[in-house]
Design a protein around this ligand. Structure first.
Ligand SMILES: Cc1cc2nc3c(=O)[nH]c(=O)nc-3n(C[C@H](O)[C@H](O)[C@H](O)COP(=O)(O)OP(=O)(O)OC[C@H]3O[C@@H](n4cnc5c(N)ncnc54)[C@H](O)[C@@H]3O)c2cc1C
Length: 360
């Protein structure tokens, strides 16, 4: 009998582990969504719901041997999982890949892809009606959204507010920030930095309703719609029993070099949920997945050394619309708009997922 590997969460990390082990184990992938969310493309979907790429990829053709259980893990312990439906699945190996939540539109907040698509279309309609847009947060999501809005509607006023003194707090070289600041200025995106709003806008995020807010520095901003572009929350509240101590107060989960939960032989974690000291990226989740698939394979065979993961230094590709943006990686330095469009901005890496999910 083959070993059972239970993967909890079908985001970037989870699907990569499940796919890699499909031939060597009985893989069970637990995921409440009906389709994989390629959320690198979420902000393009918002400004252009008819773009040529895809945000949702049905799971149906991902695995050839394994099975996908559309359900939510509510309690995960060292030997298995209890699902929202009350079913219990036991397994030889567990991989926690529950990722993170991010305020809409950066990550969809609905599990059903038809409903989620409708939510994107409704927000697109609201955005179409707004002349002025306020974005709270000058991190990657806020800046990318500013660029997408300006690329789709150059005439809209876009203001980005952040209490930090500069865009993209933490870890990036000044030349990279300078390149982005120059492109944002050319797009006429207004940056209001080093201050926060005295109070949140009176409307819901994504709702078209004109309002005026004041920053602590005394600046008045009038807009017709706003989005919250900060606040990533790791999803790990399902860990119980012997796994609970691995959960830090901020929700991230401690892992060893082999990406196992401390003190656990057969329980691993990948992706945004991990407490690894590195940027939370789909790319990193994929690299964690390769290490975990190798290690579970070695444990199943009972031969071969386990691999350890080394956290990656900061690297990022940040499009400002299909043709703008900047990228940075140590060793490669700063790349401008044209290279960023080629690397990512034009197709938002849809091609590799189209292949993974067996679609045309
Ligand atoms: C706007 C935006 C653009 C980005 N662009 C890039 C980029 O260009 N390159 C890059 O490398 N990274 C990018 N990222 C970061 C990237 O999206 C994340 O790092 C990535 O989503 C992490 O993958 P993951 O598999 O850990 O988690 P997720 O993608 O968050 O997937 C987690 C999955 O687990 C499921 N889940 C949650 N709870 C449970 C439960 N209790 N039971 C079962 N399943 C559960 C969820 O439904 C979800 O499908 C971007 C992020 C944003 C917001």
């Amino acid at each position: 009998m083959a070993a059972t590997v239970l993967v909890i969460g079908g985001g970037y990390g989870g699907v990569a582990v499940a796919k890699a082990l499909d031939d060597v184990a009985d893989v069970v992938l637990v995921e409440p969504r009906d389709a994989f969310v390629h959320n690198i493309a979420a902000l393009r979907e918002l400004v252009d719901p008819d773009w040529s790429g895809r945000l949702f990829f049905p799971y149906g053709r991902l695995l050839s041997r394994g099975r996908i259980v559309r359900d939510r893990a509510v309690r995960v312990d060292g030997s298995g999982v209890e699902l929202a439906s009350d079913e219990r699945i036991v397994a030889d190996y567990l991989v926690l890949a529950t990722g993170s939540r991010y305020p809409f539109p950066a990550k969809p907040d609905l599990d059903d892809s038809t409903a989620a698509r409708a939510r994107f279309r409704a927000a697109h309609g609201a955005l179409t009606r707004a002349d002025g847009v306020l974005l709270l947060g000058a991190g990657p999501a806020g800046l990318e959204l500013a660029g997408e809005i300006k690329a789709a509607w150059p005439g809209k006023r876009v203001t980005v507010v952040d209490p930090a003194e500069d865009i993209l707090a933490g870890g990036f070289v000044d030349d990279f920030r300078a390149e982005l600041r120059a492109q944002l200025a050319a797009l006429d995106v207004e940056l209001v930095l080093g201050t926060a709003l005295r109070e949140e806008p009176p409307s819901e995020p994504g709702e078209t309703r004109t309002f005026t807010v004041t920053t602590r520095s005394g600046r008045e901003i009038t807009a017709d719609l706003w989005f919250r572009c900060f606040g990533v929350v790791p999803v790990s509240d399902c860990l119980t029993g012997e796994l609970a101590p691995a959960r830090r107060r901020d929700g991230h989960v401690e892992v060893t070099g082999e990406l196992r939960l401390p003190g656990q032989r057969n329980v691993f974690a990948v992706g945004d949920v991990t407490a690894l000291p590195e940027a939370k990226l789909a790319k990193a989740a994929g690299e964690h997945a390769a290490v975990v698939a190798h290690n579970i394979g070695a444990l199943i065979r009972g031969s071969g050394d386990l691999t350890t993961y080394t956290p990656a230094p900061p690297a990022i590709s940040l499009p400002l619309g299909p043709h703008g943006g900047a990228s940075y990686a140590p060793g490669r330095g700063v790349l401008g708009a044209e290279a960023t469009s080629r690397l990512k901005g034009a197709d938002l890496r849809v091609g590799s997922y189209t292949e993974l999910f067996g679609l045309d």
